[in-house]
Design a protein. Structure first.
Length: 342
């Protein structure tokens, strides 16, 4: 029998379609790139002049900005969704609210080598990428016009990736909190008001006890398939230490996040034959914009990474109802990933 499951954070319902249950081999394999185009890739080392000047970089000692010798580079996007030009402004058009396209859009080039999938980077290099996220969030927070920063990755065409086969991710700063994040924030606040506990911490405790949806664990991090998974093999990575702000994480914690990310992405690549995927880093908004308006946010919210393999498509029922249909129970997905050797 299919099951309707309610997400404990935002109250969204999903359908776990057990009658349509799919195993890893049942999903169609879509090649990520037939033409890696290394010869024209603007993100490879030695082609720094093909990108805008770097905003931030992790470099080898005694190397110059915008030259070779870097490990991770952050540059402005050449086709930004939002831009810093023009400043922040808002106005009304009748009953409609409008903001100008203010914001920041940065590209994190994750390796100087021509490698497409973060999975194929070593743990130390993934740690460098996470450190770059941390430093850019800290810097963007200094701009009082910014209210939120979203970090995300698109790998493969099905996930919105481009034809350039080089590992990179995006950082976008916005003057508003995205609706998807706001739903989590509001759900976490309501849960805390009833229980005086963080809903994410309660999820971690229960999943660790039950173990059926647990995928991986180390000293500082737990990875699991959520109870109300929207997509098959959806996997979350959460810190064990309660913390709403990713950018206050220690190097030790980020090292364990890098290990978890490496293991989860490696398992997905091996078990699902290199699927297209997205991941998103959800953090708390910058609190200094409205001091005092959310007095419990340090206690009720918990940063996390959501990894979404793109194995199914959203169709009319999902768009019309707000439900998601997941053909692989998260318990089956977690067991498969947990037991898969890499």
């Amino acid at each position: 029998m299919p099951e309707l499951r309610k997400d404990p954070i935002i109250g969204r319902w999903v359908i776990i379609s057990t009658e349509r249950a799919k195993r890893p081999d049942d999903f169609k394999k879509i090649p990520v790139s037939d033409h890696p185009d290394q010869g024209s890739c603007p993100f490879c080392a030695g082609r720094e002049e093909m990108t805008p000047p770097e905003i931030y970089a992790i470099r080898n000692p005694d190397t110059e900005p915008n030259k070779s010798g870097w490990k991770v580079r952050v540059v402005p996007s050449v086709s930004p969704f939002l831009g810093l030009e023009g400043g922040y402004d808002s106005w009304g058009v009748g009953i409609y609210d409008v903001l100008n396209g203010f914001g920041a859009h940065e590209v994190v080039i994750e390796t100087p080598e021509h490698i497409g999938n973060m999975t194929d980077l070593d743990t130390e290099q993934i740690l460098n990428v996470l450190k770059a996220y941390r430093e850019r969030i800290i810097d963007l927070e200094k701009d009082e016009r910014m209210k939120y920063v979203l970090v995300y990755k698109n790998y493969g065409k099905q996930a919105g990736g481009s034809k350039i086969y080089h590992a990179r991710s995006n950082i976008i700063g916005t003057p508003v909190v995205p609706k998807r994040v706001k739903e989590e924030l509001e759900g976490a606040r309501v849960y805390y008001s009833y229980h005086d506990r963080c809903v994410f911490c309660d999820i971690l405790r229960q999943e660790k006890e039950q173990e059926v949806r647990l995928v991986y664990e180390n000293e500082n991090v737990i990875s699991l398939c959520p109870f109300a998974s929207r997509f098959p093999f959806e996997t979350w990575i959460l810190p064990k230490r309660h913390n709403c702000d990713f950018h206050t994480s220690s190097d030790e914690e980020l090292t364990d996040v890098a290990r978890a990310l490496k293991i989860i992405l490696s398992k997905l690549k091996k078990g699902l034959k290199d699927p297209h995927y997205n991941y998103m880093l959800h953090i708390a908004p910058f609190k200094r914009r409205h001091p005092g308006y959310w007095t419990t946010i340090y206690n009720d919210y918990h940063w996390h990474i959501e990894v979404i393999p793109r194995l199914t498509r959203i169709a009319g029922f999902e768009w019309g109802s707000g439900f998601y249909i997941c053909p692989t129970p998260p318990e089956d997905a977690a067991k498969f990933l947990r037991e898969l050797e890499i």
